[in-house]
Design a protein around this ligand. Structure first.
Ligand code: NAD
Length: 472
């Protein structure tokens, strides 16, 4: 990339500084909020094939104003300290914004997961977990990792097992990591959570008619066109849920192997199955392949969704963007320099710290479930079902009319775990958007949603520091 200026971490710092001026908080407090509290860089050997490989890895805890700290673990050959620091910082502001009571953290292991067998990945993951335990960088009340780019529930299960072997008998040990498989102390709805949160966030912002008018759009998410970069966890669920529950039309998808387009719409569920079988999205029926993969950025659409990695929209391609909204499903996909160009063009950027907060929100629900040692809905589901059944029976008796079995099933259902998780996630995304919008509308000089989100988050972290008595 030709962009020499801001690194990812510097971009986050620049965004922070831009917002800090609107908070009126003292300089020392702002400095304390901004810095990374603990940075652990490690190198450990793992036997791979006939030899050893030294693996470089990180865990950064950005802020201890609330404990535990929380943040995903990334497996990628791009991992470096700057990136992990940036991601850990974003986690602090993200948690504050959506009222998840954690400090921010992030982990990174500098490997290309595709180059290793599952057995080798297990060895690397377990060894990384041992390093975290040894330095007290993991634990239900200390620091709680989760999946991120290149990792998923499988890696989280390995981390849990390693932790439990070393901390045998610790009552709340299942809460040392989130994003675990459902049958291994995980929670229903975690895998889809980030993408579902992106959908709830977009639907909410498009529900304000005057804001849509200002963007030159009709109100409502239905019928809007979407382009997605990255068909991984976040991109897949964002696309699939936006189509099924929002009536969105996904017209193009970009992956490592190239970009495909179909103006009539692409069925994301079928595309995922196709890619699983063929190893590529290219050739998916009804689609055309673009000559250059990176042209995804210039496709005219309502909503452009970068859901792969940071710095994908940068100074060199920002001018080409023809979308009305950039929905930051990935962390840091728009550089600070690109943002200046995009805002001048009148493009609205929905910031990562808000839009992809669904993952950490449901991770918080999983952590609570692990601490309470009981599945959501277990206690009240049958009670609610029986109460609703009694009401329906009373209505039938009073009116003399029978309710159909289908209607009865719908009306009397007690909430399952997944219903409650989705409801909590929806509430979180709606409430947080209202807070950002309030700052955006109230503070005249706040010109973009990212700055508004930062202002809201910084104020909440500051208030925690004041409550702790560190800053009077
Ligand atoms: P993932 O590994 O499941 O998927 C990422 C996808 O992007 C992969 O399929 C990869 O092939 C593709 N990709 C990489 N480079 C690309 C390129 N240049 N062009 C097109 N496609 C490319 O990762 P994920 O968990 O979906 O995370 C994606 C982003 O979302 C990251 O920035 C991550 O930090 C962020 N995020 C993830 C979560 C979560 O719960 N997983 C939560 C919040 C934020």
């Amino acid at each position: 990339m030709s962009e020499k200026q801001a690194s990812f971490y510097e971009s986050v710092e620049r965004n922070f500084d831009k917002a800090a001026g609107f908070t009126g908080l003292p300089k020392g407090l702002l400095e304390q909020i901004k810095v990374c509290n603990s940075i652990y860089q490690m190198n450990f050997p793992v036997r791979i094939g006939n030899g050893f490989q030294v693996i470089e890895a990180y865990r950064v805890q950005h802020s201890h104003h609330r404990l535990p700290t929380k943040g995903g673990i990334r497996f990628s050959h791009h991992v470096n300290q700057d990136e992990v620091m940036a991601l850990a910082s974003l986690m602090t502001y993200k948690c504050a914004l959506v009222d998840v009571p954690f400090g921010g953290a992030k982990g990174g292991v500098k490997i290309s997961p595709r180059k290793y067998t599952p057995e080798q990945l297990e060895k690397i993951t377990r060894r990384y977990a041992v390093e975290l335990v040894r330095k007290n960088f993991i634990g239900p009340g200390v620091d709680v990792p989760a999946p991120d780019y290149g990792t998923g529930s499988r890696e989280m299960a390995w981390i849990l097992d390693t932790y439990q072997q070393l901390r045998n008998g610790e009552l709340d040990s299942a809460a040392c990591v989130t994003g675990k498989p459902v049958h291994q102390n995980g929670i229903q709805g975690r895998t889809e959570a980030t993408g579902r949160g992106v959908f709830y966030g977009l639907r909410e912002m498009l529900s304000y008619p005057e804001d849509c008018k200002a963007m030159g759009m009709t109100p409502g998410i239905e019928g809007k066109t979407m382009v997605i970069q990255g068909l991984g966890n976040v991109g897949t669920y964002t696309g699939s849920i936006s189509i099924k529950e929002g009536g969105v039309k996904v017209i193009a998808v970009s992956e490592i192997e190239g970009t495909i387009i179909n103006e009539k719409g692409i069925d994301i569920d079928k595309l995922v199955k196709y890619r699983k079988n063929k190893g590529s999205i290219i050739g998916f029926p009804g689609t055309k392949k673009l000559d250059k993969r990176d042209d995804w950025v210039a496709i005219p659409c309502d909503i452009l969704v970068p859901a792969a990695l940071e710095s994908q929209i940068n100074k060199s391609n920002a001018k080409r963007v023809k979308a009305k909204i950039i929905a930051e499903a990935a962390n840091g996909p728009v550089t600070a320099n690109a943002e200046e160009i995009l805002l001048k063009k009148g493009i609205v950027i929905v910031p990562d710290m808000y839009l992809n907060a669904g993952g950490v929100t449901v991770s918080y629900f999983e952590w609570l479930k692990n601490l309470s040692h009981v599945r959501y809905g277990r206690i009240e589901k049958r009670f609610d079902h029986n109460a609703y059944s009694n009401i329906v029976a009373l209505v039938e008796k009073t009116t003399g009319k029978k309710v159909s079995q289908k209607e009865k099933t719908f009306l009397t259902k007690g909430a399952d775990e997944v219903d409650l998780v989705r409801s909590g996630l929806e509430e979180t995304m709606v409430t947080a958007y209202a807070q950002i919008r309030e700052v955006y509308k109230r503070k005249k000089k706040v010109e973009d949603l990212r700055t508004a989100a930062f202002v809201s988050a910084i104020n909440k972290v500051a208030s925690d520091y004041m409550t702790l008595g560190i800053f009077p």
